[in-house]
Ligand binder design. Structure first.
Ligand code: HSE
Length: 432
């Protein structure tokens, strides 16, 4: 293990050691966008150094920006046998990341990862293993990549009595929706730009389909003691059906549409969703734009809001390196105490919220008739827009009072049947 270094405050640059010491030796799993950014940033200072990297094809030409003295290999055993101080997992996905992280922990090597898929699905078992072995497993960059808040709360459990989590946790979709609203670009153009800037997942359907956000919500639920929530048990909706007209009418109703995650505890279960939602301008999440993300934690002692860069190789790499330094010092977040058992599974149910509804059709009835029909199913409207025919077909927008999801689904199915096949989109709404 390397000598512990004393860090000086640094802004925008890699941490510098104030005393001459051996750099922390990192074995890097993966040299994609995040892995490369970790390698580059680590070589700007003296505190940490990537000594070896696991890649699929060692002989392949790599960018000139990568440090030359990194030994690339396809052999994980050789990499671990070199006795690194910390393993940084930057492969993404489940396998081989899960097996390699297990392997490193079994060898007693601390691990740092930004892999939300891995932590969301296997965080419990990996954290248990890390605790048994007495080695840190840190994952600060897995949610709100550029905002250090998970570690703070892990160290402050009494201040972290969290009962509800609401946030914008995907940089790509927040960038897309912000660009659609402010620059009126279409979703595909905005996504291409988000990919160019390195925000998007290797398969961007995980971003626009809401999967990345649901995984991050599952990480947060586990981290803040709600229990083990499977991402697949969270109601998950993508942003692919959102069009510019929706954002305009949300604006008329005094808000906007954001890709939101929400979970709150209620009587031994969790109510949760991940998907686009109407956010009134009185809610601070409505003002989080571009790649910026935010999480509001509702706790016993009041609400806490964390915001900052949610994605991007540079921000992610900086957070990972901070975790590396903590991990090399042996600073874990989970106690090795046997009184901290495996995170228990918790059932997930649908939340009850208000709804932002778009109804489109060629022969829609009058607004009052629509309100009566929805009301007959127990869906009560509080705002209605004037008919909008700019797309060559009529669209109407409504805001409803809170009701359960099956109720709004039944009401809209009945409306569709009564209006010769009108189509509807229903988004959840947040409160002020
Ligand atoms: N694709 C992710 C996002 C990367 O856009 O938020 C950071 O987890």
């Amino acid at each position: 293990m390397s000598t512990v270094v004393v860090l000086e405050p640094a802004c925008g640059i890699a941490p510098q050691a104030s005393a001459v010491s051996t750099p922390i030796r990192i074995a890097l799993l993966g040299l994609g966008q995040i892995g490369s950014a970790v390698a580059e940033l680590s070589h700007r200072g003296q505190t940490v150094r990537v000594t070896g990297a696991l890649v699929r094809t060692p002989g392949r030409a790599r960018g000139s920006h990568l440090p030359r003295d990194i030994a690339v290999t396809a052999n994980a055993d050789a990499l671990f046998a070199d006795d690194p101080d910390v393993v940084v997992e930057a492969l993404g996905g489940i396998e081989p990341a899960r097996t390699l992280v297990r392997d490193a922990l079994l060898r007693g090597i601390p691990v740092v990862t930004a892999n939300k898929s891995l932590i969301a699905r296997h965080g419990g078992e990996l954290l248990d293993l890390a605790a048994q072995r007495g080695v840190p497993l840190l994952y600060e960059a897995s949610v709100l990549a550029g905002v250090p808040f998970l570690g703070t709360f892990a160290r402050r459990p009494h201040a972290a009595a969290i009962t509800a989590i609401t946030g914008i946790v995907n940089g790509t979709t927040n960038y897309i929706l912000s660009s659609m609203r402010t620059e009126r670009v279409d979703g595909a153009t905005a996504l291409a730009e988000a990919q160019r800037r390195g925000f998007a997942e290797p398969d961007p359907r995980n971003d626009v389909g809401g999967i990345d956000a649901a995984e991050k919500l599952a990480v947060l639920a586990g981290h803040f003691g709600f229990g083990r929530v499977l991402p697949s048990s969270i109601e998950t909706t993508g942003i692919t059906e959102i069009v510019g007209l929706d954002l305009e009418h949300a604006g008329e109703f005094g808000g906007t549409v954001k890709a939101i995650v929400h979970a709150h505890r209620i009587a031994g279960s969790v109510r949760a969703f991940a998907g686009p939602a109407f956010v009134p301008s009185t809610n601070r999440l409505s003002h989080i734009d571009g790649v910026e993300n935010a999480v509001i934690l509702c706790g016993t002692y009041g609400d806490l809001c964390f915001s900052g860069p949610g994605a991007g190789p540079a921000a992610t790499a900086a957070t990972i390196l901070d975790d590396v330094i903590a991990a090399a010092r042996g600073e874990g977040w989970r106690s090795t105490d046997a009184r901290h058992p495996t995170i228990p599974d918790v059932p997930v149910e649908a939340a009850t919220t208000g709804w932002f509804v778009r109804i489109t059709g060629s022969s829609l009835p009058e607004g009052e008739e629509i309100a009566d029909l929805l009301g007959s199913h127990g869906v009560w409207l509080r705002r209605a827009s004037a008919p909008d025919t700019r797309q060559g077909i009529e669209s109407r927008y409504f805001l409803s009072y809170p009701c359960a999801k099956p109720r709004i689904d039944r009401a809209l199915a009945s409306l569709s049947a009564a209006t010769d096949g009108s189509t509807a989109l229903a988004l959840r709404t947040l409160e002020s």
